[in-house]
Design a protein around this ligand. Structure first.
Ligand SMILES: Cc1cc2nc3c(=O)[nH]c(=O)nc-3n(C[C@H](O)[C@H](O)[C@H](O)COP(=O)(O)O)c2cc1C
Length: 741
């Protein structure tokens, strides 16, 4: 619901919001520009009488003096039968320049207020301002939900570039946008009589005047008692008419002043509602508060970027959403399927189960696990199909499931079957599915079937689970699902560097490029510096499909697409289908591959040092980070291999990076030399220095095998213990990230 509330008005209003905010940002410059070209005396320094006295010396035909909210003084006058208007200096009363309101500003103002139309345009502008309020509030609530509560809303965020831009800009600008949206909505409501503007003071016109010869303007007591900074306008009496009066408007009220006595003959203050209206007007326009205007203008500018990133996020979500037909509502369904997935393959299995149950007459509701509802009114059974990521962690669509489950107190009237999807190569095989099963059992949720697991999307294992489920449900259930082959790109091996054969750790650095398309396109691509590679960053994953297998194997990327090559570092495991295929691949040979973004595993921006830790092929993404460290951010690398003569991966590159300061410190250790040591031993030896780095806010990125990662974590726990923290604290702060396999 919250998401719909955020995305629907967002999409509809995007265009109008862009017009409103870009024009708003332009207009917000005016008060500051005006202020920069204006002398504003301190309060109590110049009275209206003094100013009027100075003005009259230069403008004997002055008819009116007006002061804008930013402090610009404009004198309207008649000279030789011609009317004119000048900006004047309050200290001398002399002209600064002729007053010529900018036609561009009036056009922009018109566009901002009414889309260059009449009242219908004003209504659109008002509704757009309201939509901006809805967007700002629903966006903040979405973020709070996503980050686990209002206290967490300032936590670092992860995600794709569009997501991070959208959230960071939204966070920076939200208060400004809320203020602009709320004040804009109020001003619009006032235009349409839905809110009151109050009454501008309308003093009575005095019927009697003191009479007698007019006194010099700089001696009039009412003008002497009025500070220049309170002036709005002073209108002079008609020349040679002793019965006419001065009309004076100030921030507080308005009235008429006798030409001869200089006394107020009538005066009326503005009412409180009008003063409130003017205050809101000032907050909206920044007129009279130029610095606020600039802040609001900057906030408004972020909207144009968010109006692009928002639809990109929405479109990507729509595209990746599986199309589930006949999806009943959560309370109308008798069977509920909840899906935990990161790269969507589990959705395919869920859809097969959904369709089969619908065909056998069931009403089925299928949704992501994060949408677990507190009640499913008519449901008899709940199926949880979930993948596992990281080191037994939840996939993206299930990362809030356990927290939601925790909040449900009553065991429901339905029974549950959990089916885990994973890969037996990972030590925490289906680790998250097991965690879910344990949490459900601890809460006393009845079991429909014991936990079952599917290795590498095996259609046979899924069909077998379907049979077991059919028996329990008393129906014929045939689950036939062939995993959809991911959309891949062909890449050609351009270069390989081999290491480690002598130490029984054959490892290759493989560099792929897009195959030459030749002809015109190739030339155009070269001219446009296009690489033909899909976009990726170092630290993302590449999924490679070995021949005769529909299931991809993932490798961490050591390059970014802007480098023009896709680089990975692969160790040959005996019997390994994909590593065997890659090690046998000759230069010129091709692979089928696709990118899986891994935005969590990246060096943080900012000045804090980065500590990179890895062993063996784990150096791949770490080298990528160092290669792109052209701003010479302090980076310390700890890496472990077997023997410096045989498997010192990337040795020449690392030395070059040390020389040009992309790498601050290289700590390489080897396990098959006389002083044998592993990377965790080096960490312990350098404990005090690491502690200093961590105290300075260092971020730690670990990449490599699971055993190494466990030893590194244990060593670092000992190292940071004197600081009163542990690795889990650093993890929660986003300062300890792992890419472990
Ligand atoms: C980076 C990464 C980490 C993974 N970690 C695990 C794991 O710890 N345990 C496991 O059983 N499977 C793991 N897997 C395998 C996935 O859970 C499995 O491929 C699953 O079928 C993917 O489902 P999805 O496409 O719906 O996300 C991992 C896969 C990747 C790419």
């Amino acid at each position: 619901m919250l998401r719909q509330l955020h995305s629907l008005p967002g999409l509809i209003a995007a265009l109008f919001v862009i017009v409103l905010t870009v024009t708003g940002a332009i207009l917000s410059l005016n008060p500051a520009l005006e202020r920069a070209g204006t002398v504003v005396p301190a309060a109590g320094q110049i009275s209206v009488a003094e100013l009027a006295g100075r003005v009259v010396e230069h403008y004997p035909g002055a008819e009116q003096i007006e002061r804008t909210p930013s402090g610009t003084l404009i004198v309207y006058y008649t000279r030789d039968g011609q009317v004119g208007a000048d900006r004047v200096d309050p200290r001398t009363g002399q002209a600064v320049a002729p007053y010529e309101p900018s036609s561009f500003t009036s056009w922009v103002k018109n566009l901002h207020r009414s889309m260059l139309l009449d009242m219908s345009g004003r209504a659109v502008a008002g509704i757009t301002a309201l939509a901006m309020v809805v967007l700002a509030i629903s966006g903040a609530m979405l973020l709070a939900t996503r980050l686990g509560g209002w206290r967490q809303v300032l936590r670092p965020v992860r995600g794709t570039l569009s997501q991070r831009l959208h959230i960071e800009l939204g966070r920076a600008a939200i208060l400004g946008l809320l203020l602009s949206g709320l004040t804009g909505s109020y001003l619009s409501a006032a235009t349409f009589g839905l809110a009151s503007e109050g009454m501008e003071a309308e003093p009575e016109f005095p019927l009697e005047v003191a009479g007698g010869p007019p006194a010099a303007i700089d001696t009039l007591s009412a003008l002497k008692a009025t500070d220049l900074n309170d002036l709005r306008e002073l209108v002079y009496p008609y020349p040679d008419d002793p019965t006419d009066l001065y009309s004076l408007g100030t921030d507080q009220g308005a009235g008429y002043i006798d030409q001869a006595s200089g006394e107020w003959l009538s005066y009326q203050p503005h009412d409180a509602t009008h003063r409130f209206y003017e205050f809101i007007y000032m907050l909206h326009t920044g007129e009279g508060l130029w610095w606020l205007g600039l802040i609001l203008g900057l906030a408004a500018l972020t909207v144009s970027v968010m109006a692009v990133t928002g639809p990109i996020i929405w479109w990507k979500r729509q595209r990746s959403k599986p199309k589930i037909a006949a999806n009943s509502g959560p309370n109308a369904a008798d069977s509920v399927i909840l899906v935990g997935s990161e790269s969507n393959s589990t959705w395919g299995f869920a859809k097969t189960l959904h369709d089969s149950l619908v065909q056998t007459g069931h009403r089925v509701h299928t949704a992501p696990m994060n949408r677990l509802a507190p009640h499913y009114r008519g449901a008899k059974r709940l199926f949880i199909l979930t993948a596992t990521y990281g080191d037994g962690d939840a996939p993206a669509s299930a990362n809030q499931f356990l927290a939601r489950l925790e909040k449900i107190t009553d065991a429901p009237d339905l029974s549950v079957a959990v089916l885990g999807f994973g890969d037996r190569q990972f030590p925490q095989f289906c680790g998250f599915a097991k965690e879910v099963e344990t949490a459900l059992a601890a809460k006393g949720w009845p079991q429909l079937l014991p936990l079952d697991t599917i290795d590498r999307q095996s259609p046979q294992e899924f069909a077998r689970w379907g049979n077991a489920l059919g028996k329990v449900l008393g129906i014929e259930l045939t689950l036939v699902h062939t995993p959809v082959r991911p959309r891949t790109t062909a890449l050609e091996l351009a270069e390989r560097v081999d290491y480690g054969a002598e130490v029984q750790a054959p490892t290759a650095v493989l560099r792929f490029k897009a195959p030459e398309s030749g002809g015109k396109t190739g030339l155009l691509s070269r001219l446009l510096r296009r690489t033909g590679l899909p976009p990726f960053e170092a630290g993302d994953l590449v999924g490679i499909l070995p021949p005769d297998s529909p299931v991809p194997r993932f490798y961490s990327l050591a390059s970014a697409s802007k480098d023009g090559v896709l680089e990975i570092c692969v160790r040959h495991h005996s019997g390994g289908l994909c590593s065997g295929f890659l090690h046998a691949l000759p230069v010129g040979g091709t692979i089928e591959a696709f990118i899986q973004p891994n935005p969590d595993f990246r060096p943080a921006s900012g000045k804090a040092p980065i500590v990179l830790i890895g062993a063996g092929t784990g150096i791949g993404p770490l080298v990528g980070f160092i290669r792109h460290n052209t701003s010479h951010h302090p980076m310390h690398l700890y890496w472990g291999g077997r023997c410096p003569r045989s498997d010192f991966l990337y040795e020449p590159e690392l030395n070059a990076y040390l020389a040009d300061r992309r790498l601050s410190r290289l700590n390489a250790t080897f396990s098959r030399v006389d002083e044998r040591a592993y990377v965790q031993d080096k960490l312990i030896a350098n404990g005090p220095e690491l502690r200093r780095l961590i105290e300075k806010g260092a971020q730690i990125l670990v990449c490599g095998g699971r055993d190494m990662a466990a030893s590194v974590m244990a060593a670092l726990n000992d190292i940071v213990a004197p600081l009163g923290i542990d690795v889990l604290t650093l993890k929660a702060q986003g300062r300890y990230r792992e890419d472990v396999y």
